[in-house]
Design a protein around this ligand. Structure first.
Ligand SMILES: Cc1cc2nc3c(=O)[nH]c(=O)nc-3n(C[C@H](O)[C@H](O)[C@H](O)COP(=O)(O)OP(=O)(O)OC[C@H]3O[C@@H](n4cnc5c(N)ncnc54)[C@H](O)[C@@H]3O)c2cc1C
Ligand SMILES: NC(=O)c1ccc[n+]([C@@H]2O[C@H](COP(=O)([O-])OP(=O)(O)OC[C@H]3O[C@@H](n4cnc5c(N)ncnc54)[C@H](OP(=O)(O)O)[C@@H]3O)[C@@H](O)[C@H]2O)c1
Length: 287
């Protein structure tokens, strides 16, 4: 099984695998890695029955506080993109820590051996089936919107279907890029991944990280860098066009809206599972 850097934990951190589930749809946390004071990733056991397409999301969470009147506890669930590929034995998630967020104020403290709730009903639009065949696939992410692409970048189908795989990730600060940067670096160095995906296929990846507030080698909103042609010049790739290019977008509502306008400006049309076209969009969070 492929494990990335976040699973390189010491023996004492490895979860006991025989913990008895006490929650409905309980899964056991196997590894946790904190990337910044706002971001962490974790891995959990995978329900034997769970089948999903790389890029989909599920509802996960913890038991809520007891109702002060009845004492009853209800699950507190939120949508999360599965960051691991469909073939992985475990499930990986990449999460924000919202200090007063009902779920993540608590979820950020999970440890290996703890249990979370995972409803095994995957859904979502960031799937290969929702796009018509093309030559290049563009993944556009901001913040934790990288998560579905962490899955799709480790999915063999991505490389079978496309000649170029371009992943852009825009964050305010350099530290917020680290999960994605490390994942791509590991992909190209890990022997198992090279064997699974093929060295030639991994050479198809073009990684384009940018920051908007902290100084870094590439700065600016990706929307602007696409509109003024900087991205194409930097990567030595032709401008996006509907005959060759397909795209998936995952970020805030405002980002998704501006990316839709940008992609429509290049002549791409929005698709869906039931009606594949040239691009698809999914929210990385609400609000
Ligand atoms: C389809 C879908 C997929 C999602 N996938 C992920 C994922 O893979 N990883 C993830 O961390 N979150 C993801 N989210 C967001 C997630 O569902 C929760 O909102 C998040 O875990 C915070 O939960 P909370 O209860 O602590 O706070 P909430 O009450 O849910 O959120 C409080 C506020 O925090 C901000 N916020 C919430 N989530 C984020 C975020 N991811 N990045 C930046 N600001 C945020 C928003 O301003 C929001 O109004 C996804 C949301 C949707 C709709
Ligand atoms: N990131 C942090 O360090 C930080 C710290 C504390 C609190 N927060 C809060 O957490 C919430 C989410 O912050 P976030 O940084 O994860 O997500 P975000 O605000 O969506 O920003 C992520 C990246 O996307 C860019 N972006 C935002 N809107 C865009 C658009 N319409 N078109 C193109 N690019 C766009 C941002 O650039 P710009 O910088 O140009 O907006 C930033 O580089 C916000 O409410 C924020 O106030 C964030």
């Amino acid at each position: 099984m492929y494990m990335n850097e976040m699973t390189a934990v010491t023996d004492t951190e490895i979860a006991p695998t025989k913990a008895k589930p006490t929650l409905p749809d309980a899964q056991t946390v196997t590894a946790v890695k904190h990337w910044t004071d706002r971001l962490f990733s974790f891995r959990v056991s995978r329900p034997a029955s769970l089948r999903f397409r790389s890029g989909e999301f599920v509802m996960i969470g913890l038991m809520g506080d007891p109702d002060p009147n009845t004492g009853k506890q209800k699950p507190l669930l939120r949508a999360y993109s599965i960051a691991s590929p469909a073939w992985d034995e475990e499930l990986e998630f990449y999460s924000i820590k919202v200090q007063d967020g009902p779920l993540t104020s608590r979820l950020q403290h999970i440890q290996p051996g703890d249990e979370i709730i995972l409803r095994p009903k995957p859904v979502g639009t960031l799937v290969h089936d929702a796009l018509l065949p093309g030559k290049n696939i563009w993944f556009f992410a901001t913040g934790t919107g990288f998560a579905p692409f962490a899955s799709l970048l480790r999915e063999p189908e991505t490389y079978e279907k496309y000649e170029k795989v371009i992943i852009t990730h825009t964050c305010r600060e350099v530290g917020e890029l680290e999960y994605g940067r490390k994942l791509i670096e590991d992909l190209k160095q890990d022997e198992l991944m090279i064997e699974l995906l093929g060295e030639e296929n991994l050479a198809k990846i073009h990684y384009y990280p940018t920051t908007t507030r902290e100084e870094s080698p590439r700065m600016g909103r990706i929307t602007e860098l696409l509109q003024d042609g900087t991205v194409f010049k930097d990567l030595g790739i032709d401008p996006i066009n509907p005959a060759d290019d397909r795209a998936m977008v995952c970020g805030s509502l405002a980002f998704n809206k501006d990316m839709q306008t940008t992609l429509e400006g290049f002549g791409l049309r929005e698709g869906a599972n039931s009606d594949p076209k040239e691009y698809v969009v999914e929210k990385a969070f609400v609000g």
